[in-house]
Write a protein that binds this ligand. Structure first.
Ligand SMILES: Cc1cc2nc3c(=O)[nH]c(=O)nc-3n(C[C@H](O)[C@H](O)[C@H](O)COP(=O)(O)OP(=O)(O)OC[C@H]3O[C@@H](n4cnc5c(N)ncnc54)[C@H](O)[C@@H]3O)c2cc1C
Length: 417
């Protein structure tokens, strides 16, 4: 097996990114802005074949009645997405359609989202309340919310970032070189793939639901969640913006629409379920009957489907940050006694040059770009300002995303031993 050592070619060193979905592409993009030489490892033959491989997905923020860390992050991430979209002129390369109507079908939904606009100080060019014409219901309308091709977005970010790509290349294991046992630079990492051994200064882990194959990540409470979408011919529906009503029907892109998406964390089979396709179609009929073009004979069982898997963390907030070294913790010490041990403040041990971006759940398209920027800043220990970053990221949001939250929570409950 060949051993390739990537020596420092720029002052920034070399990074390996594992996973060529929207998370990995976002990390590659953030690294390219810092001119870090990057190698992308993807076990499939091309990018975006797993969770990021649906034909169409929707981009809009998660909002709560009053500000929460989750809604603040989501709203910032959405604004960051829009900034990058404009700056990189992604609209010229990524098939898309503007406009998302989020239907407010109950009084409590109306109350939640009308207050969310006020509490998050959302300007009218980002979102406002208006009647959606096919349902005649109030909706929160995001004029620049988007239906996009996640595959095209991933591909375009990778084209711009231009990492060295290694497809059909699966990371099998990795370790850090013990700095006491050699004279190499602190923080060198060795990655073993199924074809070669690679060395680098930084490692970014974005394997999606396959995170559980990596023993250093198994303690993080994330789970695989099955989702099925239905691909329907564009001409069957009339809506020009995408409409969300629990499920969603997207605008037409390249002659196709997506009706989505189911959610099952217990049964994970890859085969599509006809029952689910029928249920989603019936759901569309009951919520948005007028959107469907009349006088058609349709056999919904013939519609195309796609099954893929989200990775969802226990608190549904993404997992973004340096990776703690759980094996170095003395978990025989009760968490409650930690702060008394040696009278010294407790510090979480980290793999200093290894970061994780995962747990994006159902909002990866909206959240990945900002999450990638936050992660790369953290692992490189450099807060850098770029042209495309007009927004400030408050420290409490950065803290809330770190995997540390699970470590401390589990330790408190004696779940780490
Ligand atoms: C049905 C469904 C509908 C969705 N709709 C939307 C939507 O409308 N809007 C939205 O924002 N989000 C949506 N999402 C969520 C979104 O798709 C995900 O959050 C996002 O794609 C996650 O991207 P990722 O890069 O983290 O994971 P993935 O896209 O799964 O990428 C991980 C990559 O890592 C690779 N990999 C894994 N292990 C290894 C290894 N050991 N070595 C090398 N490579 C490896 C995999 O092959 C894969 O390509 C939806 C998800 C589902 C399932």
């Amino acid at each position: 097996m060949e051993t390739r050592v990537f020596e420092k070619e720029t002052d920034g060193g070399t990074a390996i990114v594992v996973g060529g979905g929207i998370s990995g592409a976002s990390v590659c993009y953030a690294l390219s802005k810092r001119k870090i030489k990057t190698i992308l490892l993807e076990s499939e033959s091309s990018p975006a074949k797993q969770s990021s491989g649906n034909p169409i997905g929707v981009v809009y923020p998660f909002l709560t009645k009053h500000k929460t860390t989750e809604s603040e992050f989501s709203y910032l991430a959405y604004r960051y997405f829009l900034e990058i979209w404009e700056l990189l002129e992604l609209g010229n390369k990524v098939p898309h359609s503007d406009g998302i109507h989020f239907l407010l079908e109950t009084n409590s939904a109306y109350d939640r989202y009308s207050n969310a606009i006020l509490s998050h100080q959302i300007p009218i060019d980002i979102a406002f309340l208006e009647k959606e014409k096919y349902s005649n219901l109030y909706s929160l309308f995001f004029p620049t919310g988007k239906a996009i091709s996640p595959v095209a977005l991933t591909m375009e970010l990778l084209r711009l970032a231009n990492p060295e790509t290694k497809y059909n290349s699966r990371l099998l294991s990795w370790h850090t070189i013990d700095k006491d046992r050699n004279d190499e630079q602190d923080g060198k990492l060795i990655c073993q793939t199924d074809t070669e051994t690679l060395s680098a200064n930084y490692l970014f882990l974005t394997q999606g639901y396959q995170f559980a194959n990596d023993p250093t990540l198994q303690w993080i409470p994330m789970k695989q969640v099955r989702g099925q979408i239905v691909k329907i011919p564009g001409s069957i529906c009339k809506n020009q913006s995408s409409i969300l009503y629990g499920d969603y029907i997207t605008a037409e892109i390249n002659g196709e629409r997506v009706l989505g998406a189911s959610f099952d964390e217990f049964h994970l089979e890859k085969e599509p379920r006809i029952k689910e396709t029928i249920m989603m179609w019936e759901g569309l009929q009951s919520h948005l009957k007028n959107v469907i073009v009349e006088n058609q004979t349709l056999d919904v069982k013939n519609f195309g489907t796609r099954v893929s898997y989200r990775t969802q963390s226990q608190d549904r907030h993404p997992v973004v940050g340096k990776l703690p070294i759980v094996s170095q913790l003395d978990t025989t010490v009760k968490y409650q006694n930690l702060f008394r041990k040696n009278g010294k403040p407790f510090q979480i041990p980290y793999y200093e040059s290894v970061g994780i971006l995962n747990g994006l759940g159902s909002r990866g398209l909206t959240h990945a770009l900002l999450a990638g920027e936050i992660l790369v800043n953290q692992v490189l220990n450099k807060t850098m300002k770029f042209l495309d970053q007009k927004i400030e990221i408050p420290e409490h949001i950065i803290q809330s995303l770190k995997p540390d939250r699970f470590l401390l929570r589990m330790w408190k409950r004696d779940q780490l031993t």
